[in-house]
Every structure is written in structure tokens, then in C-alpha cells.
Write a protein that binds this ligand. Structure first.
Ligand SMILES: [Zn+2]
Length: 300
């Protein structure tokens, strides 16, 4: 998991940010000025909340309408969300580009990826047992609440959204969100996940409560084998770079070109290895947090 920087210009069907005045601004707009169905439906859901509270009714899975969910799944929106994340899952960093839509999720395929609500829109769970209504209905179409995730992480997380102090949970659209709501799931938009999650080889571990909890919520350990295969390749390439280094030292700064055996092939392999390692540490690469942990560990 790494930090995510979202584009400033947001796809038109969605709402930019949410603060305590957003509801009022939406109310002040005339119907024909409401930009899109996302705004209309959010306004509608906020009114439903007010009505249910006034009438002392109960919330359940049918209280709110999320009919406009096609909005964030629209190619224009989903593509921008994926692009901002380098086509990687926001939690496990698996690269999910060009996967066929009809390719069903299994433990090994990751599916085609979905738009994920960081704060669950319909209902939430503080632990894996109890489902609570309502969820964060007013954030269903808010740009900053939407990420791209593989189906594995999305499914494991589900409605789980635990807080350090559950009584500080934001209950409705009139309340202010951060910093009063301390989430136990790392928000990759606001904090740097690499300060919370590190790796022993391919196995993730938390260096904070948030890190440990995030690994548990998304079940990131399920990908140990997949990451290990990738890390084995990283190690192989790294050993080639090390070989060049060792040869240079042993032969007192002699160039690889001067070595007797198939020197062109060796030089090419070493250059490829350098490119591979350089690219593998970039944010665009899969499992870049793990690779950076591995390489920084070698320096010590
Ligand atoms: Zn994932």
C-alpha cells in the first residue's frame, strides 16, 4: 500500500470533497443547476436522513437510494480513479490493467477491479460481526471517498470500517469528518501507508495499530505467495547488479567489457537488471512498498 495522489480535476458526474457546508450549498442550488445525478441523489439521501430522524423511524438497507451508482462506475470516472492509482489496487498494490471484465475473481486472478468506497456508503461494521445503519450515505459520490481496489481486498473489507474510538464516528451529513474520526483503516489519500506497513520479504507487518489493522481488514497476507514470486525476480535481478559490483572490486575497477567470457550478453543482462530494479521501486510498479522495504533493508 502506498500514498495516492488524486487528480484535481474530477470526473464531472462526481462531487468534489465534502465539508459541513456542502449540504447547504446543494440545497441552495435550483434543481436545474444541480450538476448531475450524483448531486441530486446525495441531496435526496440527506433529506431522507432528516425525515427518518424527525419521524423517529429506523434505518435499514432500503432507506437510501444509490441508483446512480453507474456514475462512479462510468468509464470516465473509473478510468481516472484507476489512472491516479497507476492501475493498482489501493490496498494490496496488485496491478489490474487490461484484465477482462468477464474474468471472475478467484484467489489468483484478482478480477477486473472495482470502485471502492473508503467509507462504506450503505452500512458499516466496527468489527466483523454487527452491521450498523446508516453508513456514510452522503459520501457515495464524493471523489475523495472513491478508490480503485481489487475484488479480493474490496470483498474482505466489505463494510468494515473500524475507528480507534467508535463513539467519535461521524453519524450524518451535517458533521465534520477528519480529524475527529480516527480511522483504523489507513486512508492512502491523507497519510503515507509506508509509515504504517513494512515487509519481511513478502510478508507484510504493521508498525502501528493502523498498519496491523489494515493488513487484517484487507487480509493482505493472502497474497504472500504472489508477492514472493515477484520478489524472487527482484532478488535475481539485484544479484546481477551485485555481481557487476563484485567483479569491479575484485578486478580493481576493471570494466565488465574486459572480462573474457560472453561479455556482451553479461553487460546487457546487467543493464536490464539495473532498469528493472529502478522501475520496480517506482510508484507505478506492483508491490512497490515491499520492493522498497527489501532494497532499503539491503543498505543496512
Ligand atoms: Zn487488492
Amino acid at each position: 500500500m502506498i500514498k495516492i495522489k488524486k487528480s484535481i480535476s474530477i470526473p464531472r458526474p462526481l462531487i468534489k470533497n465534502w465539508d459541513k457546508d456542502t449540504y447547504k450549498k446543494l440545497c441552495d442550488k435550483k434543481q436545474d443547476e444541480l450538476l448531475n445525478n450524483g448531486e441530486t441523489e446525495t441531496l435526496n439521501n440527506c433529506d431522507i436522513y432528516n425525515r427518518v430522524i424527525t419521524n423517529n423511524e429506523d434505518f435499514d438497507g432500503k432507506t437510501f437510494s444509490f441508483k446512480a451508482q453507474g456514475l462512479y462506475n462510468k468509464p470516465v470516472a473509473k478510468e481516472q480513479i484507476m489512472k491516479d492509482q497507476h492501475y493498482k489496487c489501493c490496498y494490496c498494490e496488485t496491478k489490474i490493467k487490461n484484465r477482462k471484465k468477464n474474468k471472475k475473481y478467484t484467489e489468483n486472478t484478482f478480477g477486473y477491479g472495482v470502485v471502492e468506497h473508503f467509507r462504506p456508503k450503505a452500512a458499516y461494521k466496527q468489527n466483523r460481526e454487527k452491521l450498523n445503519y446508516p453508513g456514510y450515505y452522503w459520501l457515495a459520490y464524493v471523489w475523495e471517498n472513491l478508490f480503485f481496489a481489487c475484488e479480493g481486498c474490496n470483498g474482505n473489507k466489505g463494510n468494515l470500517f473500524p475507528l480507534q474510538k467508535p463513539d467519535k464516528r461521524t453519524k450524518n451529513h451535517n458533521c465534520k469528518l477528519e480529524p475527529f474520526e480516527n480511522t483504523l483503516l489507513i486512508n492512502p489519500l491523507l497519510e503515507n501507508p509506508e509509515k504504517h506497513i513494512k515487509f519481511h520479504d513478502a510478508v507484510p507487518y504493521g508498525i502501528s495499530d493502523k498498519g496491523t489493522k489494515t493488513i487484517e481488514i484487507c487480509k493482505l497476507e493472502r497474497l504472500n505467495e504472489t508477492r514472493d514470486k515477484y520478489l524472487t525476480k527482484v532478488k535475481k535481478e539485484k544479484s546481477l547488479i551485485d555481481l557487476e559490483y563484485k567483479l569491479t572490486i575484485r578486478t580493481k575497477a576493471i570494466n565488465v567489457e574486459d572480462i573474457e567470457f560472453d561479455k556482451d550478453t553479461l553487460k546487457m543482462l546487467m543493464n536490464d537488471a539495473k532498469d528493472f530494479i529502478e522501475n520496480a521501486t517506482k510508484n507505478e510498479a506492483p508491490y512497490s512498498n515491499m520492493v522498497r522495504c527489501y532494497l532499503s533493508g539491503l543498505d543496512k
